[in-house]
Every structure is written in C-alpha cells, then in structure tokens.
Design a protein around this ligand. Structure first.
Ligand SMILES: [Zn+2]
Length: 735
C-alpha cells in the first residue's frame, strides 16, 4: 500500500512504499531517470540515431515535464537532480549539434535549463559532448567554449549547503601552483560580462567575414550557414568587416583572424522590435536568439542587434587578445583588494545598466601573460583557467497580486500562475509567475492585493516575507475543470482525469505542429490561443484567420506576428497521406508506422472503413501489414476511430498526396552542411539520405569551397565515391 506523505511540487512525489522512501520524477524513480538518460545518451553515441533519441526523450523521459519540474523547484537542486540535468543537457546538445532534429524543447527552455545548471554547479562545458569524430576543424579552438562562473566573492558570503563557487574557491584551485610572491602581485582586469549570445566571427586577412560559429564546437553535420546568418547580411547597409568590429584600420593584420563576440540587443531596439515589428520578444536576450536562430529571419531585424567584440586571435598565433572598448571601463585591481573588487563590480553593473544592453556579471581576467600561460586552458571543458566570471546576484523587487490563474497543462495537470502588477527585473517585464504546485500555492497563502517579493534569477520566483502587507480576499483552488466540468482529482497534483476533456486536445495540437514542422508557433502561443478558446482542436489552426481581429487584440500581438504564423501554417498544406495520419497524435503510432501501413492499406480504404464504422474490417487489413502485431493494430484502429472527425475536417484544408513507395535510386550523404528542402526533393525523387558513407553511397555533398576536413570526406575519397559541392547538387535537383 502506498501512503501519500508529502509533495512539494508536481512530478516530484515522496512516497512511503514498503517502508522505503522512493524519490520520484513523475512516473520514474530518480535512479531510473538517471539510468534511462544515461542509456539514451550512450545508445545515441553508438548508433547516432538522433530521431530515436529524441523520441525516447519525449516518450520515456517526458522531457517537457522533467524540465518544468526542474525549473520550478524553487529550492536548490540536490546532487541527483544536478546529475539528471547534466545528462539531459548533454543529450540534447548531442542531438542539436549533430542532427537536424529540432523542437525537443524550445530555445528558451534550453537556455533556462542551461542557466539553472550553471547556477547549481558553477560551470558547464558547452558542446563538450559533441562527437569528436564528426567535429569540423575549428581554426581557433582557444576562442570557443565558456567561462567558469562564481556567485560569491568570499566563502563567508555563502549560506549553508551552498555548493556554488566563490572567487576564493576559484583562486584556491590554482593558488598552490604559484609561489606567494607572484601570487600577491596578481592583478585582475575587470570587464562587463554581457548577456546575449556569443559567437566567433572568422575573417580573412582583409577582414571579410568567412564564418560565424556559435559558442560551442561546430560539428560536421551542423548547417553552419544556418547557425548565424549574420555574415550574409550587411549591418545598416554596410557589409560587416572584422576590422570595423575591432575598431582598427583595415589591413592591420597580415593574416586571417577570429573575433569572439557577444550579440546583443539594446532596450531601445527591443522596444522597436516589439512595437513596430510586433516580434513579441520577452527580453533582450530572447530577441537576440530569436533573430539569430530563426529559420526565416527578416534581414531588417538584424540591424537592431549589436556586435560586442570581446577577444580576438590571429591565425596560427597562440595569443588571445582582449578588446577594449572606449565607452566602458576596464579597471585593474590587485587580487587581495577585495573592497576595490566589490566597488568595481558595482561600478561596472551601473555602467552596463546605463548602456541599455543586458549584462549578468563581471569577468575577472588575470593581467599577466606569464601566469596566464602557466594556468593555461582546460580543453575538455573549453575553459581558460586564467579568467572567471562573477555573476550578479538575483534582483529582488516588490509587486502585488492581481489574481491567480489555474492553467491547464497538456496532460490535464493544473498549475497555479500568479498574475501580478508588472515589474521589471533584469530587463524583463514580469506579469505572471508560475507557482509550481498546488501545495506550494496553499503554503504561500495568497490573497488578492497581497504584497509579494519577486526574485529574478533564472526564472522569476515569488515569495512573501514579514515586511509584506497582506491583502484580504483569498483565492480558492478550483474544484471542477473549467473545460469539462468534471470534479478535479488531487493525488497529489491537481488534475482533470477526464481523458475526453477538451484540454487534452492541446497536447495533440502541439504534437501536430511539431510533426508537420510548422514553424513560429511556440507552446506559449498554443496555450494562449487555447485558453482564449480560439484554438481548441487541430483543424482550428486552419481557420485562425477568422479570429484575426480577436487575436490582434491580445497582449503582445501585432499584424506582423499574426502574418508570420498564418504563413507558416499555410506553407505546410501539401502533405503525404502517411504524414497526415502520423501527425494525428495516435499514441505510439508515428509516421514511420503509417508509411508502412499506407503502402498496403490506402487512405481511401481507411476512410471507407471509418465511414461505415467497420472496426473489424480495418483491423483485418492492418494486421496483415508486415511487422504489425495485434496490440499495435488495435491502437491504430481505435486511434483512427477516435480521430475520425479531426481527420475529416483536416482533409478539407489540406492537399493530401498519395504516397507510393519507390524503388530506392541511391543513398546520399551530407557532410558539414544540411539542407532540409533539398533533402525533401531528393526523397521525393527516390533518394534516401544516409548519415554515414559506405560502399552503397551514391554521392557525398559538401559545402561550397569546403576547405575543412571530415571523416566522411576521407572515407568517400577512399571508396571513390563522387563528391559534389552543394550548389552543384542544388542545380542537379533543380533547387
Ligand atoms: Zn476537464
């Protein structure tokens, strides 16, 4: 028998079972979760089957719920949780860096998890998990990677059980390698740590930009062109030149060079992007990642970003040079002068705030070349040991409760969300705060008009202390579901257990958007439109234009944002029959399975059976398909019957093509570049895309004027497989 003891967050439940305490992540014990993640990670490294790994992350690990739990724990993560988080980031990194699989989680969630990890562990080596054999040659490896972070100056500043590091810890880690005289002479150069997206800009000796790489390693399969399209565009009408970024005369160097930069967005630009372009960016950082990472950026928007140069390195030169920008101070302070360090942190913080750009700390770099060389670099972690970043402590502000919303998740789980009087912390306007579980909500004892404290670090955190004035009107937890009226169950998470509840449709809608590769519609948008009762079922996507005026009245919406979404939906109206069926969200029956089914049982036959209600007849046909057993056949039949109405309605809006299995004409492999459109064309002409080169490979596609190396390229040369540049291949396939 299970006795429910206590819970402090949904997904995280303490059970007393057989006198043993088992700590759980949703359906899994923590150890199971760690084991499964490890298994996924290792299997992935071996098989390089990225779509399988993605499927397992979503299906087995329930990555959205796990992320949600980790982000809303509100207490320090314990060791096991940190391990889970690390494994999760590693696996997602591996998938993102090596495949074109997307949308395991939104960039925003990834960034939050990443920051959460840094805050709990102090450092993370970005991209360290990238498969080495697939790594493209990186001409300036010393400029990649990240920086070690500390959250305190002295160990005395820490509270109990704090495992985040201090500047003192950092210094102790290398102090002994130096004698006391040289240690006492050490000075730090202090500089602002900007908070945008970092990247490396590689230039030739004339300053022309060759490549722009993201902060981590670049893997062979990554579409470099897609990463940051900065260099394709000009900044305010001028083609970007590396010397201009550094602010030095052209032809200053006689060899190629690379600049480590931070891409930033100012407060003023954010306002323009949101007011005039209706981008709906939450903060300056999300504006930068939104513009740089999106597939269809409006090139105009790039003019609203700023490139902040940080370091540069000449080709084949060991030295990394710091870039000094005249607008900002770079104080030099002796290592032992803690007061001076603190006063400079304050000064740099004020300076950053005045600049309008977002900054999250101060970088301290040891100002002595010989000591820098001595401490060196940890290549595995991508960290220069002679520098460290002090992170600003979270900001705290005061606000008032307007109301509490009880929002419905995709699985019927209800989460309390506090609506507060808007408050700006770290450049984010905060209007609503996720309170985590119902238990925590009750513990907070919230009334309308209560004064509350808001702390903003990775995510906003709401609490009350004894200085807070109290409101008067208590906000009760709902007892019935607002979508279906069913009595809610609390065990210990509050949820609507009615599987027919319309709220469950939200998960199906998200799944459909994901499978159909419809861009620009985030979970937050689906949430919003669902709660507004505009988007309640999948086919409603295709009638959004009827609600255009209503949508434009919502907070943060403008004509451009609506247009972008509407165009994304319309661009995916041509589908194959199996793609449509595999996107309906029938449990554990995806596109691959339907591809197999559809070659034996046509969509027409399926619709016929649905029409006349003959479940048995459909079952008999499907069980005949190779590799389909009783259990799956039942799932397919029941799933199709449940989704009958949805399917009929979708057929009206979509142009459904009949998939005919073709003989495979050949296998094509890409290295150092991918092109989804081209791959689709190849597929439609009977070519399969393979991830590795073998004797069966018909051609290897490389980037134009590719000078780097790759294991696939070597193998193709050995096997005498034709190698083509991508622009030639595009011509061959009339793209
Ligand atoms: Zn319900």
């Amino acid at each position: 028998m299970n006795i429910h003891l206590h819970s402090y967050n949904f997904n995280y439940i303490l059970y007393l079972r057989d006198n043993k305490i088992i700590r759980r992540f949703h359906n899994m014990t923590r150890q199971e979760c760690i084991n499964n993640l490890t298994d996924i990670f290792l299997q992935l490294k071996e098989s390089k089957d990225y779509s399988k790994a993605k499927e397992r992350l979503i299906g087995e690990i329930k990555v959205d719920r796990l992320s949600n739990y980790l982000l809303h724990k509100y207490e320090k993560l314990d060791e096991e949780e940190v391990e889970v988080l690390h494994l999760l980031l590693d696996t997602v990194d591996l998938i993102y860096n090596n495949s074109s699989e997307e949308e395991i989680m939104t960039d925003e969630v990834y960034d939050k998890l990443f920051n959460l990890y840094l805050n709990n562990n102090g450092e993370y080596s970005v991209g360290a998990s990238t498969l080495e054999s697939d790594t493209a040659t990186h001409n300036y490896p010393d400029l990649r990677g990240t920086i070690k972070k500390v959250h305190f100056i002295c160990n005395d500043d820490k509270e109990n059980n704090e495992n985040r590091k201090s500047l003192e810890d950092y210094e102790n880690s290398w102090k002994r390698t130096l004698d006391s005289i040289s240690y006492n002479k050490i000075k730090y150069i202090m500089s602002i740590k900007w908070d945008g997206l970092s990247g490396n800009i590689e230039c030739d000796k004339f300053g022309s930009v060759l490549h722009v790489y993201p902060r981590g390693l670049v893997s062979a399969n990554e579409t470099i062109d897609k990463v940051y399209k900065f260099y394709d565009y000009s900044l305010n009408g001028h083609k970007i030149n590396g010397y201009d970024i550094l602010g030095i005369p052209r032809k200053s160097f006689d060899k190629p060079f690379c600049i480590k930069v931070e891409f930033l967005c100012s407060e003023d630009s954010l306002k323009i992007l949101n007011d005039e372009y209706s981008c709906g960016f939450k903060n300056r950082r999300s504006a930068v990642s939104g513009i740089l990472n999106s597939d269809n950026t409006n090139p105009e928007l790039i003019n609203y970003l700023t490139i902040m140069p940080l370091r540069y390195q000449l080709f084949n030169d060991k030295d990394i040079n710091m870039v000094y920008i005249s607008e900002y101070p770079y104080p030099v302070v002796n290592i032992s002068n803690r007061n001076k360090i603190l006063s400079n942190i304050k000064k740099l913080k004020e300076c950053a705030e005045e600049s309008g750009f977002s900054a999250d700390g101060v970088v301290l770099t040891i100002d002595d070349k010989s000591i820098q060389d001595k401490l060196g670099r940890d290549d595995d972690k991508g960290i220069n040991k002679y520098e460290v970043a002090y992170k600003f402590p979270p900001e705290v502000g005061t606000s008032r409760i307007i109301d509490v919303d009880f929002t419905m998740g995709t699985m019927g789980i209800i989460t309390p969300v506090a609506k507060i009087e808007p408050i700006i912390l770290k450049g984010n306007t905060i209007k609503s705060i996720n309170l985590g579980s119902i238990d925590r909500y009750r513990g907070l004892n919230i009334c309308r008009n209560d004064e509350v404290k808001i702390k903003y670090d990775v995510i906003p955190y709401l609490y009350k202390d004894n200085t807070c004035e109290s409101g008067w009107e208590k906000i009760e937890v709902p007892v019935t579901c607002k979508f279906c009226g069913e009595t809610l169950l609390e065990n210990p998470t509050l949820m609507c257990v009615n599987t027919e509840c319309p709220s469950r449709q939200k998960g199906k809608i998200l799944n459909y958007i994901n499978k159909m590769n419809i861009l620009n519609i985030s979970e937050a948008i689906v949430d919003e439109l669902f709660n507004e009762r505009i988007l309640l079922t999948i086919p409603d996507l295709y009638t959004l234009d009827r609600y255009r005026n209503k949508i434009l009245c919502l907070d943060g919406w403008g004509p451009n944002r609506f247009k972008l979404i509407w165009e994304s939906i319309n661009s995916k109206r041509d589908v194959y029959d199996y793609e449509l069926l595999g996107s309906l969200g029938i449990q554990s029956v995806g596109r691959t399975m339907f591809k197999r089914i559809i070659t034996k049982v046509s969509l027409k036959k399926i619709l016929n059976c649905l029409e006349v209600g003959k479940k048995n007849k459909l079952y008999d046909k499907i069980i005949e398909v190779d590799g389909i057993q009783n259990k799956t056949a039942n799932k397919v039949v029941n799933g199709l019957f449940n989704m009958k109405e949805t399917l009929y309605r979708l057929m009206v809006f979509l142009n459904v093509k009949v998939y005919e299995q073709m003989d495979i004409k050949g296998y094509i492999c890409f290295t150092n570049i991918r092109d989804k459109d081209l791959e689709e064309t190849m597929n439609s002409q009977g070519y399969e895309i393979s991830n590795s080169v073998s004797k069966k490979t018909s051609m290897l596609v490389i980037p134009d004027e590719f000078k780097g190396g790759s294991s696939k390229l070597d193998k193709a040369k050995n096997l005498n497989i034709p190698i083509y540049e991508i622009s030639e291949v595009r011509k061959m396939f009339n793209k």
